[in-house]
Design a protein around this ligand. Structure first.
Ligand code: HEM
Length: 313
């Protein structure tokens, strides 16, 4: 397995790298700003959402932020695993099997590294259901158990698809259970809230995979086959964002309109103001999603953002 945690070799960092085929692949040292900004803004939007729901359910103080930490860890792990399971391919049609396999190994190496950071986060968030007063003991036990199971299974996500799939399915179940327990048994609210949470997880965890795995692994494999494989993965993820973005808006607006209609004074002060804040955040995220490929800002490796940049190579 390629050691993808090693620093970028000086021979390829920051200046053109000439692979054996003779094609010049430019690799920038710094990670582009826009994907990092998107990651932070999605996280802030989720904090605002969890705070809003928590307050509506009567939570106060530390429990509000701690509950968000639980959601954030679960969503990061679940969405990252979606990329590892569904967008990543060990072989890509028309590309060198050896180079794609080496790039794939490096990506899995990064999944291992990122998972090690996710485990403490998941463990830290796991007990919070016991401090959320509106949950029954059984509900708290199930939610805590799902976080613990994800933490255990994600550690092995890089070794095989079975562990990754197990962690992913438990993560989806954990989020769906929150959607259920937070919605007072109203079927339409359960469905809409769960879809909101899953779209958030797919987007946030995908952004994490891009920054934590795709960018560092891509830097170490600056050859044309790895670049094209990386570009195809990114394009698969872009389709997920194209679905997740309108989904969070439609489901979010639907949930908001349950509290008060458009033009109601509830939205201009206090807790209600958080919903316009979310709308503002989502608008900035739409702008980032559009400008990122335009400015080739999704990856420091030329060609990953748009393969056309490789010219006739
Ligand atoms: C990147 C964008 C977004 C993310 C990551 C996000 C994430 C979340 C999360 C994690 C929750 C907490 C659910 C819970 O605690 O059960 C939530 C709730 C909520 N979100 Fe979003 N959201 C986003 C965009 C939006 C948008 C655009 C709106 C629409 C204005 C919206 C409206 C809401 C509302 C109203 C709730 C509270 C629902 C309730 O408690 O009844 N969200 N969101």
């Amino acid at each position: 397995m390629t050691d993808s945690t090693a620093p970028v070799p000086s021979s390829i960092a920051g200046r053109p790298f000439v692979p054996l085929t003779g094609t010049v692949i430019e690799v920038k040292t710094e990670t582009p700003f826009l994907p990092k900004a998107a990651f932070v803004l999605i996280s802030i939007a989720s904090l605002v959402g969890v705070y809003f729901t928590g307050r509506m359910h009567g939570l106060e103080g530390v429990a509000l932020v701690w509950r968000w930490l639980h959601f954030w860890g679960l969503a990061l792990a679940t969405g990252m695993l979606a990329w590892r399971l569904f967008y990543l391919r060990a072989a890509e049609p028309g590309l060198s099997p050896q180079r794609v396999a080496a790039h794939h190994d490096a990506l899995l190496g990064r999944v291992r590294v990122v998972s090690r950071y996710l485990v403490p986060l998941l463990l830290l968030g796991a007990p919070v259901p016991w401090f959320v007063e509106y949950l029954t003991n059984t509900q708290s036990a199930v939610l805590t158990l799902s976080s613990l199971c994800v933490a255990a299974a994600v550690l092995f996500a890089h070794t095989g698809r079975a562990s990754a799939l197990a962690a992913f399915l438990v993560g989806v179940t954990g989020l769906a259970l929150w959607g259920w327990f937070d919605s007072a048994g109203v079927a339409s609210v359960i469905a809409v809230r769960t879809v909101h949470l899953l779209a958030f997880a797919a987007w946030l965890g995908g952004a994490l995979f891009n920054l934590g795995a795709a960018v560092p692994a891509g830097r170490l494999h600056a050859n044309i086959d790895a670049v094209v494989a990386g570009a195809r993965q990114l394009e698969r993820f872009r389709w997920v964002v194209r679905v997740a973005l309108p989904t969070v808006i439609v489901t979010g607006v639907w949930m908001a309109l349950r509290y008060a209609g458009v033009g109601n004074s509830f939205w201009i002060s206090g807790l209600g103001l958080l919903v316009p804040v979310k709308l503002l955040l989502i608008m900035v995220l739409v702008v980032i999603f559009i400008t990122c490929p335009l400015y080739r800002a999704c990856s420091p490796v030329r060609g990953v953002c748009n393969v056309d940049d490789l010219g006739g190579a």
